[in-house]
Write a protein that binds this ligand. Structure first.
Ligand code: SAM
Length: 202
């Protein structure tokens, strides 16, 4: 485990400061909520991978009163912060503690899943292979017509260093999703270092 995520003080400080340090996150949260509103089902089940303190979750649950939310993160401190933040929605949320790389997290979920979302987190799984494995699990989980929405930190087009972690270029995300058979694969928001990638299960 990346130890900072398991440090209660680090997690609390992240929760208190990250939106101030990166105010563009709020635009991205609204963008993800807008795309979820396009789902055919108006009472969707949405799975968030690595929700941390639950900030995107709070926006999605507020935006859609019939949305059911499941978050999966391996950090006990972050899960506790998310549980507290999401207490007003406790009838509609489930939080699981699991490692998205090492554990069989899809077995925690029952169908149907209408969307799999994530924010600023999939790159933390550590490698391009882990990103691809996560997208592959998502396509198996999703209902037909369901969406994967991954807003993540990415490397810039002119960066020719080999990736040190799971931060990939936008075209590489799109290529992995197309190779897996996703439809409507696209980048819907590109803020340079931070981009939103969306695809639909055909
Ligand atoms: C930078 S934080 C982002 C949190 C949240 N998505 C946000 O945008 O505020 C990265 C999150 O990924 C989680 N994470 C990293 N690696 C993980 C893994 N292998 N399995 C589950 N969660 C993981 C961390 O615990 C942390 O909550």
């Amino acid at each position: 485990m990346n130890h900072r995520f398991n440090d209660a003080q680090w997690a609390q400080n992240y929760a208190e400061t990250v939106n101030e340090r990166r105010p563009e996150r709020l635009e991205v949260f609204a963008h993800v909520a807008d795309h979820l509103a396009e789902l055919a089902n108006n009472a969707p089940t949405v799975v968030e991978l690595a929700p941390g303190p639950g900030m995107l979750a709070e926006v999605l649950l507020s935006a859609q009163p019939q949305l059911t939310y499941i978050g999966i993160d391996y950090s006990a401190p972050f899960i506790q912060i998310a549980r507290d933040k999401l207490a007003p929605f406790d009838q509609r949320i489930t939080l699981h503690q699991a490692d998205l790389v090492k554990d069989d997290w899809p077995s925690l979920l029952s169908s149907p899943v209408h969307a799999v979302v994530s924010n600023m987190a999939i790159h933390d799984l550590g490698s391009g292979a882990a990103v691809a494995a996560t997208y592959e699990k998502a396509i198996h989980l999703l209902e037909r017509g369901g969406l994967i929405i991954n807003a993540d930190l990415v490397t810039m087009p002119d960066d020719d260093q080999p990736p040190a972690d799971g931060k990939l270029k936008v075209p590489r995300h799109l290529e992995i999703l197309m190779d897996l058979g996703f439809a409507d694969v696209r980048c819907t928001l590109d803020l340079g270092h931070y981009a939103c990638i969306i695809a639909r299960k055909a």
